[in-house]
Design a protein around this ligand. Structure first.
Ligand code: ZN
Length: 120
């Protein structure tokens, strides 16, 4: 299944009109993030295809930052089954459409101040 760019652009344009307020966008982002968290939790608690096995990350002292990946864990065991993957992909896809208005709002309001800081 490919992405139809015309439909994508149309949907983004509609979202930019519908969620122009930063308050609408922030609350939608929170809702979308909650759905992603819920999808992961259901993969663990309902389906069981994922398991969470967490403990403190043990990184030897003086390890350079790029080598941290050799010592840190995801705390996930297992692999998403097809059904859980579809749900998670759907939720991640929806959140992308919420992020776009957020980035659009943010770029125009934050970039000028960021430029001032870097030029100072
Ligand atoms: Zn599953």
């Amino acid at each position: 299944m490919g992405i139809n760019l015309d439909n994508f652009q149309k949907t983004v344009d509609e979202l930019l009109i519908r969620h122009r307020s930063i308050l609408d966008t922030l609350s939608k982002l929170q809702e979308a993030n909650g759905k992603i968290n819920r999808a992961v939790a259901k993969s663990v608690t309902r389906c069981g295809c994922l398991r969470i096995s967490a403990r403190r990350q043990e990184i030897p002292p003086d390890t350079d930052f790029l080598s941290w990946k050799n010592y840190t864990e995801t705390h996930l065991d297992g692999e998403l089954c097809e059904r859980c993957r579809e749900v998670l992909e759907s939720e991640l896809g929806e959140s992308l459409f919420i992020w776009l208005p957020f980035v659009h709002c943010s770029i125009w309001s934050w970039v000028p101040s960021w430029k001032k800081k870097t030029n100072a």
